[in-house]
Design a protein around this ligand. Structure first.
Ligand code: FES
Ligand code: FE2
Length: 402
């Protein structure tokens, strides 16, 4: 369930800074506000897959920091994204994580009605609004892009290119799994984890812990584990299982049951691959599935982890069994990582915590932190500035660098 990456360079070296981000960056509300505004809301976020919303009127909602959105299947089959915010007094328009609307969107507060394309059909008791110009009160659109069947949205414009351009180095490998044809194995899941969002990725971004912390993954492919840089902020980790692998029940039976899709090229027929999506998500491919998951901050010390596994529409019993067993392996890994992320995150508040001291096998973790620091140079400081000066000090540091 997680991205596990070894060192960016195979060559051990002592000429790099083995510290990670300073501890204060994991419990500063003022910094989280900046992270949201400058990083998370300006990067493409995965909402789900086109087959999560197959019929006109189907929707998925997506919250991030102060922003709320939903993606709605239109009558003509296209998809649109809107801020989930009524233009009357700001109520949510759709209220569930996913669902279906018939014919129109009706605000649950006072009953304003919107068309699927976001235009205002009418206010409740329109006589009480003198000269209401309906054209000025449509739902506000949110940028949307579909890549390989996955729906991405972006709340704020940023320097990031389109999803297709950003993830182009992944396209051939991801595309060989035919992800656009896949269907969800259930409803998009989510769970709360009591850590800062960065702690989730810190655990994900290195493979140094796999041998110790993840017996099932180690059993499956630990000895073949490799990592590769595909481009700026594009880091991929891969492991290939061998026939006969599996001291553990779930691994042994997964290897026996695994039935790759006939279209998969030879080199991917036993491969589990993890494609990092900066700053907070990952795609995982296995011979039977493609999945995504992401971490989204709720507040400085709590995050949502959210994701879904997708399968081929026609699935044999054998593939279904393999998928079930891979889920068991993933689930165990997820629980192990959750505990590790909690312990690591807690330590950031302890007087005994100095800093990370990273192994050569944790170079990807450091590289991820460097990417964050390039966007928010304030994270280079060992001590935080006063909260009210956070944005100004960051701007001054940014100006020095430009
Ligand atoms: S807030 Fe939507 S109708 Fe009043
Ligand atoms: Fe892990």
């Amino acid at each position: 369930m997680t991205i596990h990456v070894k060192s960016e360079s195979a060559t051990p070296a002592n000429d790099w800074d083995r510290r990670g981000l300073p501890a204060w960056t994991y419990h500063s509300q003022a910094l989280l506000d900046l992270e949201l505004d400058r990083i998370l809301l300006r990067h493409w976020q995965i909402v789900g897959h086109v087959n999560d919303v197959p019929k006109p009127g189907d929707y998925i909602s997506f919250d991030l920091g102060p922003e709320r959105a939903f993606v709605l299947r239109q009558q003509d089959g296209s998809l649109r994204a809107f801020h989930n915010l009524c233009r009357h007094r700001g109520s949510r328009i759709v209220t569930k994580e996913s669902g279906h609307c018939k014919n129109a969107l009706v605000c649950p507060f006072h009953g304003w009605v919107y068309n699927f394309d976001g235009t205002l059909r009418g206010a409740a008791r329109p006589d009480s609004f003198a000269d209401l110009d309906k054209h000025k009160f449509g739902l506000k659109p949110v940028e949307l892009e579909i890549w390989m069947g996955f729906i991405f949205i972006r709340f704020k414009p940023g320097s990031q290119a389109s999803v297709a351009e950003t993830l182009a180095p992944y396209a051939a490998e991801m595309g060989s799994h035919l992800p656009e044809t896949m269907v969800p194995t259930g409803k998009i899941w989510n769970g709360e984890i009591p850590v800062n969002w960065k702690s989730v990725r810190d655990v994900d971004n290195e493979g140094y812990h796999v041998a110790m912390a993840h017996p099932a993954l180690q059993d499956l492919y630990g000895y073949t584990y490799r990592d590769t840089v595909y481009g700026p902020r594009l880091r991929v980790s891969k492991g290939t299982y061998k026939e006969g692998a599996g001291r553990m029940w779930s691994v042994r039976n997964y290897v026996k049951a695994s039935t790759p899709h006939p279209a998969l090229p030879e080199e991917r027929r036993k491969l589990w691959a993890y494609y990092g999506i900066f700053p907070n998500a990952v795609f995982i491919t296995t011979p039977e599935t493609v999945q995504f998951y992401q971490e989204l901050p709720i507040d400085v010390g709590r995050s949502i982890i959210r994701g879904m596994i997708y399968r081929y529409p026609e699935e044999s019993r054998q593939q279904k069994l393999a998928r079930y067993l891979s889920y068991r392996i993933d689930r165990a890994t997820y629980e192990e990582d959750t505990q590790l992320a909690i312990w690591s995150n807690e330590s950031m508040k302890s007087s005994a915590f100095d800093s990370f001291h990273l192994s050569d096998h944790e170079r990807f973790l450091r590289a991820h932190h460097d990417d964050l620091r390039r966007l928010l140079p304030i994270m280079r400081l060992d001590e935080p500035p006063p909260a009210e000066r956070m944005a100004d000090v960051n701007a001054a540091l940014q100006a020095e660098e430009d």
